[in-house]
Design a protein around this ligand. Structure first.
Ligand code: NAD
Ligand code: DAU
Length: 332
C-alpha cells in the first residue's frame, strides 16, 4: 500500500495515527475531516507536504468520498462523533456520521475494491461487573449502552455485512480508552488536567468507581498499522494495554502529580446509563500479529500528557470555556 485515506485525521486518535504512519513508513496520507468542534487542523501541523494532504469534507458526502476513495489504496476510518455525554444530549449527529457516514465509505470502498480498516471501540460490548474475571474478546456479544456506543456497534455490523455479502477486504479494531496529547478537553483526563491548570476542582461522575482500561494513543496507532498491514481480512482485533484503573484513582493521581492535595476534587451528578467497567483481552492481537504496547506505563504516560497540556495551552484554551459551560448546564 502506498496511499492511505484517513478519515477523522484531525481528531485526537486520527492525528496520532497520521503522524505514526508518516514517521514509520513511506506511505502518502490524505486526511478527510469535516473539522467539527472536535477537529483541529493544528494537530496536523509540520507534516511533510510531499506525503501529506488535508481535505476538509464530510464522510456523508458521497461525491467527495467516492473521489478520494477511488484515488487511494486503503481507507482507515476514524471519523466519528465520539463523546458519550454529547450523544445523550443530541443523538442525531451520531446516527448521521457514525452510521450513514460509515455506510457511505463502505459503498465507495466496495465500488472501487479498496482495503478498509474500521476503527471502533470496546464500548460496543457494554460493561462488566467490577469483579468479573472475564474481559472483552472478539467473541463477546454486542450490548451497547449509549447512543454513541450503539451507533458504533451499528457501524461495526455494517462492516461485517459488507465483508460477508460483498467480499469487502475489511478488518475491524475495537480499542479501549485512549489518552495522550491532542485530546479534546471535553474528555476525562484532559478535562481534569486543564481544570487543575485553571484552578477549578476536578469533577468525578458519581462515586468514581467506574473502571476504564487506559491505553496511550501511540500504542493504539501502532496496533492499527499492524492490523492494516498484517491482519486477516474479515477479522476483528481488540486493542488494549492491560491499563484498568478506576476514575477516582486517576483523578487523585492527576492531582498529586500536579502538586495538589489528592482529595481536591468534587463528586458531581452521574452520567445516565454510565458503563461500570471496560476491560480488553488483546491476546489475539498479541499472539497472531506479534503486537506489543510500548507505552504501557500509565504513570509516566500521564506525566508526559500533563506536561503536554501545560506546554500547549494555545491548542486547548479556545475550547475550554464553552466545554465547561456545557457541563455546568448538565450539573457536571
Ligand atoms: P475525536 O472526536 O477527537 O475526533 C473525531 C474527528 O472526526 C474530528 O476531527 C472530527 O472533525 C471528525 N469528524 C466528525 N464527523 C465527521 C464527518 N461527518 N466527516 C468527516 N469528519 C468528521 O475522536 P477520537 O477520540 O479521536 O476518536 C476517533 C475514532 O476512534 C472514533 O471512531 C472513536 O469511536 C474511536 N475510538 C476512540 C477511543 C477513545 O478513547 N477516544 C477509543 C476507541 C475507539
Ligand atoms: O472505551 C473507549 C471510549 O472511551 C471511546 O469509544 C470514546 O470515544 C471515548 O470518549 C471514551 O469514552 P468514555 O465515556 O469512557 O470517556 P470519557 O473521557 O467521557 O469518560 C471517561 C470516564 O470518566 C467515564 O467513566 C466518565 C468519567 N468522567 C468523565 C468526565 C468528562 C468523569 O468522572 N468526569 C468527567 O468530567
Amino acid at each position: 500500500m502506498k496511499k492511505l485515506l484517513v478519515t477523522g485525521g484531525a481528531g485526537f486518535i486520527g492525528s496520532n495515527f497520521v503522524r505514526h504512519v508518516l514517521d514509520n513508513t513511506d506511505q502518502h496520507v490524505t486526511v478527510l475531516d469535516k473539522l467539527t468542534y472536535a477537529g483541529n487542523e493544528t494537530s496536523l501541523g509540520g507534516l511533510p507536504d510531499e506525503r501529506f494532504r488535508f481535505v476538509q469534507g464530510d464522510i456523508v458526502d458521497a461525491a467527495i468520498v467516492e473521489k478520494l476513495v477511488s484515488d487511494t489504496d486503503a481507507v482507515v476510518h476514524y471519523a466519528a462523533e465520539s463523546h458519550n455525554d454529547n450523544s445523550l444530549q443530541d443523538p442525531w449527529p451520531f446516527l448521521e456520521t457514525n452510521i450513514i457516514g460509515t455506510y457511505t465509505l463502505l459503498e465507495a470502498a466496495r465500488k472501487h475494491n479498496k482495503r478498509f480498516h474500521h476503527i471502533s471501540t470496546d464500548e460496543v460490548y457494554g460493561d462488566l461487573e467490577l469483579d468479573d474475571p472475564e474481559r472483552f474478546t472478539d467473541l463477546t456479544p454486542y450490548n451497547p449502552s449509549s447512543p454513541y456506543s450503539s451507533t458504533k456497534a451499528s457501524s461495526d455490523l455494517l462492516v461485517r455485512a459488507w465483508v460477508r455479502s460483498f467480499g469487502l477486504q475489511a478488518t475491524i479494531s475495537n480499542c479501549s480508552n485512549n489518552y495522550g496529547p491532542y485530546q479534546h478537553v471535553e474528555k476525562f483526563i484532559p478535562r481534569q488536567i486543564s481544570n487543575v491548570i485553571d484552578g477549578i476542582r476536578p469533577k468525578l461522575y458519581g462515586s468514581g468507581e467506574n473502571v476504564r482500561d487506559w491505553i496511550h494513543a501511540n500504542d493504539h496507532s501502532s496496533a492499527v498499522l499492524t492490523i492494516l498491514e498484517h491482519g486477516r481480512i474479515g477479522e476483528t482485533y481488540l486493542i488494549g494495554a492491560d491499563g484498568e484503573k478506576n476514575n477516582k484513582d486517576v483523578v487523585e493521581l492527576i492531582l498529586t502529580m500536579m502538586g495538589e492535595p489528592a482529595d481536591g476534587y468534587d463528586h458531581v451528578v452521574d452520567r445516565p446509563g454510565h458503563d461500570l467497567r471496560y476491560a480488553i483481552d488483546s491476546t489475539k492481537l498479541r499472539r497472531e500479529l506479534g503486537w506489543t504496547a510500548k507505552f504501557a506505563d500509565f504513570e509516566s504516560g500521564l506525566a508526559s500528557t500533563i506536561e503536554w497540556y501545560r506546554n500547549n495551552e494555545a491548542w486547548w484554551r479556545p475550547q475550554k470555556a464553552a466545554t465547561e459551560a456545557k457541563y455546568l448546564a448538565l450539573g457536571r
